[in-house]
Design a protein around this ligand. Structure first.
Ligand code: 13P
Length: 255
């Protein structure tokens, strides 16, 4: 049984004061339903402080990116071992902002995915198409390339402790969400690509949806059979908004 994961990607937002309010609000209001896992991914400089604040809670900590290298002369980069030491359990890899703005290719993303696993972190692999690619009927081809490059590098067994996040680029930060049907169609496809390699593993992998998820659209998305939670940007920055999404997951889980 796949439990829901509701993950907050804070991106480059926050401050010591804002994080304190956000984290204490999330801890205080977390749904009692333990089958819903909550995760926050703050910017690197705040990992240590947020890790301390989370120490007596069930809320997990994750990183927004990770270096593909173990250590050495890579100015400005952060190694998986450092993220583990800070208490991270997850690392996001291949977010579309990093693919588009930092030139991360699928090969680099595959190396980061492997670096996360090597450090004992669970990678959250983001995949998704742009509006132009969707309009050109290339959605599945784009996802296949992003997914298969990682699968070819790591093998399907590596997905035992991984999460996939479908984030259509056109829905990120735009207020335009994929409809539950559009999202489910792509999630089903992602699971089928994984199942081509190993059905057992595919059945266990959590596939999150990301892109303008809010309290009022979360339940519609999460009710679909292949949608196992959300990767939340804007709505993860206010604890009330984030908790509304967590509550939606708990309600769907309870049936
Ligand atoms: P928004 O929820 O702001 O659309 O961002 C989604 C996202 O990119 C999460 O990684």
């Amino acid at each position: 049984m796949r439990g829901y994961l509701v993950a907050g990607n804070w991106k480059m937002n926050g401050s010591i004061a804002a994080n304190t309010t956000l984290v204490s609000g999330i801890i205080a209001g977390s749904p009692a339903n333990e089958s819903v896992e909550l995760l926050v991914c703050p910017p690197f400089p705040y990992l240590a402080a947020v890790s301390c604040s989370l120490s007596d809670s069930q809320v997990r900590l994750g990183a927004q990116s990770i270096s593909e290298h173990e250590s050495g002369a890579f100015t400005g980069e952060t190694a998986g071992s450092m993220l583990r030491e800070m208490g991270c359990e997850y690392a996001i890899v291949g977010h579309s902002e990093r693919r588009a703005l930092m030139g991360e290719t699928s090969e680099i993303v595959a190396a980061k995915f492997q670096a996360a696993l090597a450090a004992g972190l669970k990678p959250i692999l983001c995949v998704g198409e742009t509006l132009e690619q969707r309009a050109a009927g290339q959605t599945e081809a784009v996802i296949d390339e992003q997914l298969n490059t990682v699968l070819d590098a790591t093998g399907i067994d590596a997905f035992d402790s991984a999460v996939v996040a479908y984030e259509p680029v056109w829905a990120i930060g735009t207020g335009e969400t994929a409809s539950p049907e559009q999202a489910q169609d792509v999630h089903r496809h992602i699971r089928a690509v994984l199942a081509d390699r190993n059905e057992d593993v595919a059945g266990k992998v959590r596939i999150l949806y990301g892109g303008s998820v809010k309290g009022d659209n979360a339940a519609g998305l999460f009710s679909n059979p292949d949608i196992d939670g959300g990767l939340i940007g804007g709505a993860s920055l206010k604890f009330e908004d984030f908790l509304a999404i967590a509550d939606a997951a708990a309600a769907v889980q309870q049936g």
